[in-house]
Design a protein around this ligand. Structure first.
Ligand code: PRP
Ligand code: URA
Length: 209
């Protein structure tokens, strides 16, 4: 496993992920759990964000502090990334959100791009690519290709469940991109679903199964 792949060791993450996987978990609870787990994973994923020193006046005295140095872009991959962006945006409300629309062709499992409104020049210096599932890795590779062409060089992938096949694909195309997830599962099945996984993350969030 590459040394920039991180599966959360946190018991809270494991507890919530267990409920998320449960087939009996209905969409409302599923969305709540995605939001909560996303906050915990991004907390771990942003440990190395650059800061600049500053000071602030408390009611008593001047206190030393810091501000985030870089402009952060959150890039949810539609649709299923929408649940993650809610949880992450709560923690960094000044981040910009740039949506990328990709769906997997059911037959080829290749990503198909259908939405991209990025402006010509990059407006952020760090991008967090948000998608709950890293299955074949095709969608994540395509989204990161788009962001690199846009001009962003510092990119992290933040997700919930990864298959070893997806990690291998993403790491070989973009070895500079760290991967942060709640868990790494066993394998992909013959139709490209993560096993044991949680099923279809988009359908379970939006009640479209
Ligand atoms: C899911 C998921 C990822 C992709 C992962 O999206 O949200 O974007 O599959 O698979 P990959 O690693 O093999 O590319 P899906 O295509 O089902 O679209 P949706 O989010 O609109 O449901
Ligand atoms: N997309 C999903 O939503 N689930 C999987 O297991 C694989 C791809």
């Amino acid at each position: 496993m590459p040394d920039n792949v991180f599966a959360s060791p946190h018991p809270l993450v494991a507890h919530k992920l267990t409920k998320l996987r449960d087939r009996r978990t209905e969409p409302k609870k599923f969305r709540e759990l995605i939001r909560e787990i996303a906050g915990l994973i991004v907390y771990e994923a942003t440990l190395d964000l650059a800061t600049v020193p500053t000071t602030v006046m408390t009611p008593l005295a001047e206190a030393p502090g810091v501000q985030l140095r870089e402009k952060i872009g959150l890039v949810p991959i539609l649709r299923a990334g929408l649940g993650i962006v809610e949880g992450v945006w709560d923690l960094m409300p000044t981040a910009e959100v740039w949506h990328i629309g990709l769906y997997r062709d059911e037959r080829t499992l290749k990503p198909v791009e259908y939405y991209n409104k990025l402006p010509v020049e990059p407006t952020v210096s760090v991008c967090l690519v948000l998608d709950p599932m890293l299955a074949t890795g095709g969608s994540a590779v395509a989204a990161i290709d788009i962001l690199k062409r846009w001009g962003v060089t510092k990119i992290k992938f933040v997700g919930l469940i990864a298959a070893p096949e997806g990690i291998q694909n993403l790491s070989s195309h973009h070895p500079d991109v760290p991967i942060h997830v709640a868990a790494i599962d066993s394998h992909l099945n013959e139709i490209g679903y993560i096993v044991p996984g949680l099923g279809d993350a988009g359908d379970r969030q939006f009640g479209t199964a």
